[in-house]
Design a protein around this ligand. Structure first.
Ligand code: FA5
Length: 342
């Protein structure tokens, strides 16, 4: 029996030394001290022994039981400490870092204005469409009544790819793509980046943002166009705004207009931003040309519509009192953060 106790003691010691966590340790407790454990099974053999032997071996078993329990408890303390330290290392927090110094992202003023425009038009029943930056000549020019010989192409010079594709010069191709899938009556808007090969100044850049709109229904007139434009500008500037229509030429509308808004920076007195005119050209607009409706498979004798394309950058400049378009695209975070909305 002595030998058996020795072996059991050694086996127990090596088992608890190799345990890596408390769950394993509890399994060892069951293995040695549990109801069907190794020590218990030795105790069951006692009844086969004489009274004297039973008393002697019983004493040994009780001693071993106490020793095993003590070793389990002290091993448990070691493992608990180890698990705690591991957890602390995993969940380490540097409490010396200032929690208020974190940089949160924010929306660029152009994005803020674009999103606001989308909300205003969605509330008036318009659907928001998207279109590719890289376009074909068909969508950017031909379907908009600007054939290859047309002088209007000069006003929108752009960057061409060798395969004939180009960077879109305006968001008007979204009108054409929209008409391919949506049948009248409809109201659509399409925001996005546009590109032109032109010199930059305080109000011009070679990459800027436009917001296209088109409404096609029965008996649509210029009065509808003015109503929607005044409503939109009133919402953006949160006050009544003064606008004027000038005749403007765009081959895809007839009649065509330039819509100007009284310069909010100088209140019409003339400044660098409005080039001393007192008015800011905000958008081109007009009644959709029958050829464009035809290109969209729409019966021009039944339906009419208006369309507009406004410069989001210029609208943002007016809203936030920004006198030069270039810093808006310059990537200087200190500049754009002045107008940021998180
Ligand atoms: C157009 O691009 C027409 N597609 C708009 C249109 C749509 C007319 C539907 C009729 C019907 P325009 O080239 O004028 O038009 O540009 C529209 C607006 O974009 C301008 O009024 C101006 O606000 C803005 N814009 C034009 N060029 C620049 C530029 N280089 N930098 C910044 N904004 C510009």
């Amino acid at each position: 029996m002595e030998k058996e106790f020795e072996i059991l003691d050694e086996e127990f010691n090596s088992s608890i030394e190799s345990t890596g966590n408390i769950v394993e340790l509890e399994n060892i407790r069951t293995l040695f001290l549990g109801k069907k454990g190794k020590l218990t099974s030795i105790m069951k053999q006692l009844k086969e022994l004489s009274n004297e032997q039973r008393a002697e071996i019983g004493k040994n078993i009780n001693r071993l039981k106490t020793v095993f329990q003590q070793r389990i408890e002290s091993r448990k303390e070691v493992l608990k400490k180890k698990e705690f330290e591991e957890k602390m290392n995993e969940e380490w927090i540097d409490i010396t870092i200032d929690p208020f110094s974190r940089d949160f992202g924010s929306l660029h003023p152009i994005t803020t204005v674009q999103k606001r425009l989308e909300d205003i038009f969605v509330a008036m029943g318009f659907r928001v469409l998207d279109g590719p930056h890289i376009e074909t000549e068909f969508y950017n020019f031909e379907a908009l009544n600007i054939p290859s010989h047309h002088p209007a192409r000069d006003m929108q010079d752009t960057f061409y790819f060798e395969d004939g594709h180009l960077l879109r010069t305006h968001t008007s191709p979204i009108q054409i793509r929209g008409m391919e899938t949506i049948k009248p009556p409809f109201r659509i808007v399409g925001p996005g980046k546009v590109f032109r090969c032109e010199r930059t100044d305080a109000s011009h850049d070679s990459c800027f943002h436009q917001f296209e709109g088109m409404m096609v229904d029965r008996d649509i007139s210029v009065a509808h166009l003015i109503y929607f434009m005044k409503t939109m500008l009133g919402e953006i500037f949160e006050s009544e705004v003064e606008v004027r229509l000038r005749p403007g030429y765009f081959p895809f509308v007839e009649p065509g207009f330039e819509l100007d808004m009284l310069c909010l920076l100088c209140k019409g007195n003339g400044c660098k931003f409005c080039k001393q005119v007192g008015w800011i050209e905000l958008m081109g607009c007009g009644m959709v040309h029958p050829n464009v409706l035809k290109a969209g498979n729409i019966d021009a004798s039944e339906y009419s519509g208006f369309a507009f394309g406004l410069g989001i950058d210029r609208l943002a400049m007016l809203k936030y009192d920004i006198t030069d378009i270039r810093p808006l695209h310059g990537g200087n975070l200190n500049f754009v953060r002045q107008f940021s909305i998180t």
